[in-house]
Design a binder for this molecule. Structure first.
Ligand code: GDG
Length: 488
């Protein structure tokens, strides 16, 4: 790559501290983890996004620039109205639930959609002066669907890619957006769009065919106006970061700190998530309760620790989820507790990543059961952290993109507590031989589909695109399949 890498996302990571090596400490949240890791190996890169500051309209020109060398962080403020309407409104009340198939939680307010558009116009205006010829712009996630269109309008012709970190929904859901066709046209302004798994790409292609009469040849999507490359780029982690120390326990699992006090000699079942309704924490607790009731032989022999990292704390649905989870833990513990045994712990805080790695390593079962998830990095971190001599077992929801990448996990339907409960029982009684076999296969995939590889492949494919791509593949006739439904 010749030019610099310029990343744009809604939010810059807050209070990025540097560690002893002068590198940024990566905050909680999959998107930040992935982008930081991908940028680390690309000196001179720039990351632009909302800096978390709220300013009045006349002070919106106050851009902040970090002292971090790589990436340099360029922060844009928002007004309170924009935070409410664009971020808490359109992003969190429409796009997030809709794309995670929580249709009943969608609340559309056209004023908020208007603000969503306006914020992207301003992001584009603020970004443009930073761009140099040869730069590659990589835009992230659903907050920024319209950015390329705005940049093009301002005259930017450089290569611009887009990656969606959450699922791309089916056409039935997509068409519930206020302007389904316009949003797809805006997305087509990117030279490359990427998704975690094939199913999301299929949904996107189908929507473009249905709504725009686009044609698809397996890697290029074309309409009369544009040709765009689209592909699958499963996001990963840096496995080294979570790898157990050399000579990690062979067989027995000595425990320290909170784990030693709480779990003692018991088997540890672990969940790690941002506290969000898509992660299915209440369903998981109910499944665990079911497991204890159905498998009384495990009573007092297991502990379930759920780390629930605070996230989007100002949002009403966060407060609601927190109350729900705490009430449920109280009820389940009240019903099951016995002398010397607390069945479930909920830790509502964030931990340093090194501590997280220790939790993973000491867990016998990793319970990763979101109701819907674009990929899920926790599943991959859990695999990377296991001792190669006595690995724990991963239980993975079939509603997470990670399932396509990690089929050797025990795959469960998170909506069926009985199935999750049986999965836990199976994981706890699995022979060492089977655990080793599954883990070897999972680790090989986690290593192959690393975050480094994700960034390298995406940027490599962005290089292959040409902003001047002409719609040469578009014959002018529509695909027969949808011809009768298309506009002329
Ligand atoms: C979005 C998509 C997609 C969690 N607790 C703590 C902590 N974490 C870190 C984990 C992991 C990250 O947060 C969570 O990543 P996920 O991928 O599981 O989920 P989302 O945040 O929803 O991420 C998701 C991802 O983007 C990437 O494309 O996989 O589907 O929803 O890295 O380790 N980190 C720290 N302390 C904690 O307590 N430091």
């Amino acid at each position: 790559m010749t030019g610099r890498l310029v990343v744009v996302s809604n939010r810059l990571p807050a209070n990025v501290a540097t560690n002893k090596a002068g590198e940024p400490d990566i905050p909680a949240g999959g998107l930040a983890s992935a982008i930081f890791s991908a940028m680390r190996s690309r000196p001179g890169s720039l990351w632009l996004g909302w800096n978390g500051k709220v300013e009045s309209r006349d002070r919106l020109g106050r851009i902040t620039r970090s002292s971090l060398q790589n990436p340099e962080l360029v922060g844009i403020p928002l007004t309170q109205g924009e935070v409410d309407d664009y971020y808490h409104g359109f992003c969190n009340m429409v796009l997030w639930p809709l794309f995670h198939s929580f249709q009943a939680r969608v609340h559309i307010d056209l004023k908020e959609e208007e603000t969503y558009r306006r914020v992207q116009t301003r992001f584009a205006e603020k970004l443009l002066p930073f761009l140099r010829p040869g730069d590659r712009v990589w835009v992230h996630d659903y907050h920024m669907f319209l950015l390329a269109k705005e940049l093009r309008r301002l005259g930017w012709a450089g290569k611009t890619g887009f990656f969606l970190h959450i699922p791309f929904p089916s056409h039935d859901l997509w068409q519930l957006l206020p302007d389904p066709r316009g949003f797809l046209e805006a997305l087509l302004e990117y030279d490359l769009v990427g998704f975690h798994v094939q199913g999301y790409l299929d949904n996107y292609v189908y929507c473009c065919r249905r709504q725009l009469g686009a044609r698809w040849d397996g890697s290029l999507l074309s309409t009369r106006k544009r040709v765009q490359r689209a592909g699958v780029y499963p996001v990963g982690i840096n496995p080294e970061e979570f790898a157990p120390p050399e000579g990690a326990s062979a067989g027995n699992r000595p425990r320290r700190g909170v784990l030693a006090k709480v779990v003692r000699g018991r088997r540890l079942i672990l969940g790690v998530d941002r506290l969000d309704y898509t992660k299915g924490i209440p369903d998981r607790i109910r499944a665990y309760e079911h497991f204890i009731r159905e498998h009384s032989e495990w009573r007092k022999k297991v502990s379930f620790i759920q780390i629930a990292a605070p996230s989007r704390t100002a949002a009403a649905h966060y407060q609601e989820e927190k109350r729900k989870v705490e009430a449920l833990v109280g009820r389940v513990n009240g019903a099951l507790v016995g002398p010397d045994w607390v069945p479930t712990y909920i830790l509502s805080r964030t931990f340093p990543r090194t501590t997280l790695a220790r939790f993973y390593r000491e867990a016998d079962v990793g319970l990763v059961t979101p109701l819907r998830d674009g990929m899920n990095l926790v599943a991959k971190e859990f695999v990377a952290a296991q001792s190669p001599h006595s690995p724990g077992v991963l239980l993975l929801s079939r509603c997470a993109g990670a399932t396509e990448d990690l089929p050797e996990a025990i795959i469960v339907n998170p909506y069926i507590p009985e199935e999750v409960a049986e999965g836990i029982a199976r994981a706890l009684s699995m022979s060492l031989e089977e655990r080793l076999e599954r883990h070897r296969a999972l680790l090989a995939r986690v290593r192959t589909h690393s975050v480094e590889e994700w960034g390298r492949r995406f940027i490599g494919d962005l290089e292959k695109t040409s902003s001047s791509m002409t719609p040469r593949l578009f014959s002018g006739r529509h695909d027969g399949e949808f011809a009768d439904r298309l506009q002329p």
